[in-house]
Write a protein that binds this ligand. Structure first.
Ligand SMILES: Cc1cc2nc3c(=O)[nH]c(=O)nc-3n(C[C@H](O)[C@H](O)[C@H](O)COP(=O)(O)OP(=O)(O)OC[C@H]3O[C@@H](n4cnc5c(N)ncnc54)[C@H](O)[C@@H]3O)c2cc1C
Length: 397
């Protein structure tokens, strides 16, 4: 009689055995980023969050540059040239620490650097990318405006050429991550030719980036307004390789891909906190993890968490193969952020009153995810993207 094969032990941290999909280099990237976050973020994050600040952001950026996390999946110019899966794993580990740290990295690498790398001139790439990859210069990405969020086509920020060929930019951008600490802003503006991207050094006359305060989400992240009052830029400040919303939308697609992974990091951290708590907290004379209702919550959380990670892997492999469609990124962002926030909310219930304390990460992740649910395309926008792809009917307007 054939012997039963010996099965690997069940691993509560990886119940589906998803790690089997990873190569040793992938695991090395994950361990490096996880180790960095454990040393540099986790001991301080509750304090930063409570104070609503991200102190030493310049130093954090340089350290992130040193571990290759900035512009991680880009090639050349000092970037790590990592695979999409490796970039995703890094996003997951960073967001397991805090969505604010992952946002810093996403905006730097997937929005600001990606825009210059994909659409910039060789001179623009040489001028900015190596310093951004090293974390010496922080970048931001200005698309959203006070009156135009989900519908950027209506943006009012505009750039006009003057007689000498210079560009003159006027307008306002809103809710811009990294704005006040950025050395360079990629700003999207209407021109006579359509929407164009501009590389705006932060020191430009007429440019300022006041910080937005009083946020109850992403408190350990810098969010700003960008003010452009007659900002005069040379003719070569425009990103030459793209015209139209295709430019910013393709950057957003890259950043959203990171969120598909990152959101599962916030969910994992909350799940782990709830699991530990359920095993040690006693009520009615026994651990609350021994009650069927708690186990149902834990089982459902684990199912959604690891389904989400599996989905992220699948999309990562498609991206590495050059086969990832924007609708598939919408699928992943819609599902994973929505499920991540549900996992955090369920974890909060398992922790009872302690669930609302900053001593545990759960409420911090849940409130962070309220922003993640909205930025890079709201839930509704991704439903409309998928709805259009499924039906062939455009329901945006
Ligand atoms: C913390 C934070 C950081 C951010 N960082 C950046 C950044 O770095 N760069 C940047 O450019 N932007 C950034 N944003 C802005 C973000 O991308 C926008 O908030 C987002 O696109 C939504 O725009 P809005 O807030 O103007 O909402 P609106 O577009 O006004 O939407 C309000 C509500 O109406 C719904 N809605 C709109 N149109 C439709 C429709 N056709 N059908 C159904 N429902 C609809 C939306 O889904 C939403 O629920 C950030 C936002 C936050 C909160």
């Amino acid at each position: 009689m054939a012997a039963f094969p010996k099965l690997p032990a069940f691993d509560p941290a990886d119940p589906l055995g998803i790690d089997d999909l990873l190569e040793p280099e992938d695991l090395a990237v994950r361990d490096t980023v996880r180790g960095w976050a454990a040393d540099r973020v986790l001991p301080h994050i509750a304090d930063w969050y409570e104070k609503g600040e991200l102190p030493g952001i310049g130093e954090l950026a340089r350290e992130l540059g040193a571990i290759g996390a900035l512009g991680m999946s880009l090639e050349g110019y000092g970037c790590a040239g990592a695979s999409a899966v490796q970039y995703g794993l890094a996003c997951l580990e960073l967001e397991a620490a805090d969505s604010g740290i992952r946002s810093l990295v996403s905006v730097q690498g997937s929005l600001a650097m990606y825009a210059v790398h994909r659409f910039g001139s060789e001179e623009q790439k040489q001028a900015w990318l190596p310093r951004m990859a090293a974390g010496e210069v922080i970048g931001c990405f200005g698309l959203t405006e006070p009156d135009h969020g989900s519908d950027p086509a209506g943006m009012r920020t505009h750039a006009k050429r003057d007689a000498g060929g210079d560009w003159v930019l006027n307008g306002r951008k809103m809710w811009i991550t990294n704005g006040s600490v950025a050395g360079v802003a990629v700003v999207w503006a209407q021109t006579e030719e359509g929407v164009r991207g501009f590389v705006v050094p932060a020191g430009s006359a007429g440019f300022s980036a006041p910080e937005i305060k009083h946020k109850w989400s992403l408190r350990a992240s810098v969010t700003s307004e960008l003010v452009l009052d007659d900002v005069r830029l040379p003719a070569d400040a425009v990103l030459p390789e793209v015209t139209g919303l295709r430019g910013p939308l393709s950057c957003l697609s890259h950043a959203r891909y990171g969120i598909v992974w990152g959101s599962m990091g916030a969910a994992r951290s909350s799940f782990e906190a709830a699991l530990e708590y359920a095993k040690s907290r006693e009520q009615f004379g026994r651990a609350i993890g021994g009650f069927q209702l708690t186990q149902a919550k834990l089982a459902d959380m684990a199912v959604e968490l690891h389904k989400g990670i599996l989905l992220a892997h699948h999309l990562g492999r498609r991206m590495d193969a050059g086969r990832l469609r924007p609708e598939q990124v919408s699928f992943g962002k819609l599902n994973n952020v929505r499920e991540a926030i549900e996992i955090c909310r369920t974890a909060r219930t398992i922790l009872g009153a302690n669930g609302i304390s900053l001593e545990y990460p759960v409420m911090r992740h849940a409130t962070n995810l309220e922003s993640v649910l909205t930025y890079e395309g709201t839930v509704e926008m991704h439903q409309l993207v998928l709805g259009k792809a499924l039906t062939g009917l455009d329901a945006f307007r």
